[in-house]
Design a protein around this ligand. Structure first.
Ligand SMILES: O=C(O)c1cc(=O)[nH]c(=O)n1[C@@H]1O[C@H](COP(=O)(O)O)[C@@H](O)[C@H]1O
Length: 233
């Protein structure tokens, strides 16, 4: 029986009130929450305090991508606010990722630090346009190995790449996978997608789900359907 991955619900909302309205329908024992660029730009650190006050573990998804000192300082700022996980963009390179990892280690901050590889919205033609030839999974693997060697605890990738990354980087290396689409959900702008149970079997350690739940007519029913699919194995 495959261990069900942890569910992370993406609170992509235009206001703190809307995000908390959804959060108040969720159970911290059944899911973690992700705060991304839209909500954090609207509400700032207040959203972290509000969600932590409700007992949630929070993934702060700002995909930091800058010079090493700037990213190390930003990751430290996130970790000092008690977030469970924070991400950087592996495209920032080895020295940027090492600086961030070393900063958290030096400060003994326990926040999970992971790196985004190739956005799940991208396919081969998109990568080609930005100068990256070859298949997305090859670029994901290249960046995942670099992230591992730079002290990251895992990566963001699509579930399509999870199995290979487990082979390359080990079971303990976190595979946080957005682009999760139950049968009832539209793909939207996601390209490299996978159904929840298939993602679990592929070795994803954490499923990131946004619009299939947050934009559903009945969000709680949608969430329960995903949980049931995962429980079914
Ligand atoms: O780092 C992320 O969370 C992320 C990386 C990635 O490659 N793809 C991706 O979709 N995400 C985020 O995951 C969430 C996916 O949301 P839905 O497409 O609505 O399920 C959004 O908040 C995205 O910003």
């Amino acid at each position: 029986m495959t261990t069900p991955p942890s569910l992370i619900i993406a609170l992509d909302y235009p206001s703190l009130d809307a995000a908390l309205c959804m959060a108040d329908r969720l159970d911290p024992a059944r899911c973690r929450l992700k705060v991304g660029k839209e909500l954090f730009t609207r509400s700032g650190p207040a959203v972290l305090e509000a969600l932590h006050g409700r007992g949630f573990e929070v993934f702060l998804d700002l995909k930091f991508h800058d010079i090493p000192h700037t990213v190390a300082s930003a990751v430290q700022a996130a970790a000092e606010q008690g977030v469970w996980m924070v991400n950087v963009h592996a495209g920032g390179g080895r020295r940027m990722m090492e600086a961030a990892a070393e900063c958290l280690a030096a400060q003994r901050l326990a926040t999970h630090l992971i790196a985004v590889t190739v956005l799940t919205s991208m396919e081969a033609s998109d990568l080609e346009e930005v100068g990256v030839g070859g298949a997305p999974e090859d670029q994901v693997r290249r960046l995942a190995l670099l992230a591992r060697d730079s002290g990251m605890g895992g990566v963001v990738c699509s579930a399509r790449e999870a199995a290979r990354l487990t082979d390359d980087c080990g079971e303990a290396f976190l595979k946080v996978t957005p682009g999760i689409r139950p049968r009832f959900a539209a793909a939207n702008d996601q390209q490299r997608i996978m159904m929840p149970a298939d993602a679990m079997r592929a070795g994803s350690t954490h499923l990131v789900v946004g619009r299939p739940v947050t934009r559903a007519e009945a969000p709680m029913a949608a969430l329960e359907a995903i949980e049931a699919e995962l429980a079914g194995g």
